[in-house]
Design a binder for this molecule. Structure first.
Ligand code: CUA
Length: 146
């Protein structure tokens, strides 16, 4: 085997180890959930938030040109929220600032991520996939109260 070929293989292996370590670090140290992709169930006809108990919620969120629904989501500090996400039209992004959440909203498919809000404040949701003329205005907020 050529020495440059061997170097390329070793460097690729090291890079894979770095990426895998970053994934494990985020999963266990920063408690960031690895997103799941599950079949679309039609539960998004009316985007809504459901409270399961004192500090556990489910948010069924739709992205569409050029807004997220429901708007004005509010959770108390310490809440754990399962976000279920889909799109009504084209592919959109779903990024929650300062929470490490970065999902794609895909028509006909549902993505899920679990987020724990330990700090009160306003968290912006931003669309980060170009989705048409109103893309730059597509954002929403989550308010986490004391
Ligand atoms: Cu939706 Cu960009």
């Amino acid at each position: 085997m050529d020495k440059y070929e061997l170097r390329a293989i070793l460097m690729s292996g090291c890079l894979m180890a770095v990426f895998f370590s970053a994934l494990l670090f985020n999963l266990y140290s920063r408690k960031i959930d690895v997103p799941e992709c599950t079949p679309y169930t039609g539960i998004f006809k009316e985007p809504h938030v459901t409270q399961l108990d004192n500090n556990t919620y489910q948010a069924f969120v739709t992205a569409g040109m050029w807004a997220f629904a429901p708007t004005g989501m509010k959770f108390p500090k310490g809440s754990t929220v399962d976000f279920y996400l889909t799109s009504k039209d084209v592919v959109h992004g779903f990024l929650i600032e300062h929470k490490g959440v970065n999902l794609m909203a895909i028509p006909g498919t549902m993505n899920k991520v679990t987020v724990k809000f330990n700090e009160p404040g306003e968290y912006r949701i931003v669309c980060h996939e170009y989705c048409g003329a109103g893309h730059q205005n597509m954002m929403s907020t989550i308010n986490v109260t004391e």
